[in-house]
Design a protein around this ligand. Structure first.
Ligand SMILES: Cc1cc2nc3c(=O)[nH]c(=O)nc-3n(C[C@H](O)[C@H](O)[C@H](O)COP(=O)(O)O)c2cc1C
Length: 168
């Protein structure tokens, strides 16, 4: 798929078929994640693709929406706030770094015909605890991953002219 077609095709998918995911597609998605840029090339992340149903159940217990249980895989984006580059004022750049890498994953999954949905509205403390994640690592986002069982319309966006300005 061409890049702009992928960008246009991507949607947040909240209904999934249970079909297993092709492992070669997963490997290609991993390559795409690994090509993401990060401040000072620190790559302060680790992505876990959870196929194990017991672990998926634990993850789902941290998020108050039933649809996530349908997905045959759940992506867990782990970030290391301490290892990430710090802004001149001292703040960690981890949220920017993880956002870029996660979106590489999301777009690569779209190109593979797989659905995703960024999910951040989970119980953070419980999520870190059920997955045994200890500081300086933390779960910064998750996403279901699998064949979409819906084809939602594109959600409305602000006019391009409001958010993208060319200053000559
Ligand atoms: C950082 C971030 C966090 C999000 N968290 C959630 C979430 O917890 N639950 C959910 O259903 N969707 C979540 N979304 C998906 C957004 O609601 C969705 O991207 C937005 O409504 C636009 O729809 P689209 O992705 O289909 O274009 C999140 C998206 C982002 C980028």
């Amino acid at each position: 798929m061409k890049f702009y077609d992928v960008v246009k095709k991507r949607r947040s998918i909240r209904a999934y078929k249970g079909d297993p995911i092709d492992m070669e597609a997963l490997a290609r998605i991993g390559e795409a994640v690994n090509l993401a840029p990060s401040a000072c090339n620190i790559q302060p992340w680790c992505f876990r693709i959870i196929l194990n149903s017991d672990i998926r159940k634990s993850i789902c217990s941290c998020y108050n929406n039933e649809w996530i249980k349908q997905a045959p895989a759940i992506v867990v984006a782990l970030g290391n706030r301490e290892a990430a580059w710090k802004r001149l004022e001292g703040g960690s750049i981890i949220d920017v770094d993880i956002g870029i890498a996660m979106e590489h994953l999301v777009l690569a999954a779209t190109a593979e015909g797989l659905g995703t949905c960024w999910v951040c509205a989970y119980d953070v403390k419980r999520m870190n605890s059920v997955l045994g994640i200890l500081p300086p690592w933390e779960v910064l986002a998750i996403s279901p991953l699998g064949k979409p069982a819906e084809n939602p319309e594109a959600r409305k966006r602000k006019p391009v002219s409001e958010v993208f300005r060319i200053i000559e």
